[in-house]
Write a protein of this length. Structure first.
Length: 236
């Protein structure tokens, strides 16, 4: 069995080939690692990178994830440079970060469609689907987990924030009550301020959720301590 296999729904690709995915396409380019511990319906964790990165970034953590998990690492659909992708474009006006809400919603929809289609390529337990994202990828984890919690067991939000545009789409308290949430953030994060993480935690608690929230004296990164805490949460 090869350690890394790469698929694009319906099309065979060379390893790490240039994606031709369009923003309105339901398919996403990804790489994956099969579970070392075989089972009929393994849990799955879907990794989502930050802006300017690619699917190989968080996939570097794959060997450290539980051996029972199918590991999927997505490439964001918008090309912004060589081996550089985003879930939506960012602009800055008067020092304020502004995300393209239309693109963010398109990416949210694409990831949901991807999860729906994943069963055509892999066997996994659709009651144990986890999302783990960093920065813009963790923003997407919030956006999906809170709006379609019936598809998601848990979300790990690492150095992210909750989009205001997503709040009207959030599922009812009854539907969302079983969603597991892990959030980590650096107090010295100069990209997404710690205040935005704290505001998101305060808000999702009003939804009846009890997130695991950790702060670290780090900048905009995933430190060994952050990853270790996320791993402990995932194993529970």
């Amino acid at each position: 069995m090869k350690y890394i296999i790469i698929l694009f729904f319906g099309i065979a690709l060379k390893p790490f080939a240039q994606s031709t995915t369009k923003p309105n396409s339901p398919s996403l380019y990804y790489i994956f690692k099969e579970p070392k511990i075989k089972s009929a319906n393994p849990p799955v964790i879907i990794l989502m990178h930050g802006v300017g990165s690619n699917e190989k970034d968080l996939f570097s953590f794959a060997p450290q994830l539980p051996d029972s998990f199918l590991v999927i690492s997505l490439r964001a659909p918008i090309t912004i440079g060589t081996d550089s992708y985003a879930w939506y474009h960012l602009t800055f006006e008067n020092g304020k970060r502004i995300g393209n809400a239309i693109e963010a919603e398109a990416s949210r929809f694409m990831i949901i469609q991807f999860i729906n289609q994943l069963k055509t390529k892999h066997t996994f337990n659709d009651k144990r689907v986890y999302l783990c994202g960093f920065s813009q990828g963790s923003i997407m984890a919030y956006s999906i987990g809170l709006t379609v919690p019936e598809k998601i067991k848990g979300i790990a939000v690492m150095s992210g924030r909750l989009l205001e545009e997503v709040k009207p789409l959030i599922a009812s308290k009854e539907k969302i009550k079983n969603l597991n949430v892990f959030v980590s953030h650096g107090t010295n994060d100069g990209i997404i301020n710690i205040s935005e993480a704290r505001e998101a935690i305060t808000y999702i608690k009003t939804l009846g959720l009890a997130p695991t929230y950790k702060e670290y004296t780090e900048d905009h990164t995933i430190s060994p301590a952050m990853f270790a805490d996320m791993l402990q949460w995932l194993k529970k």
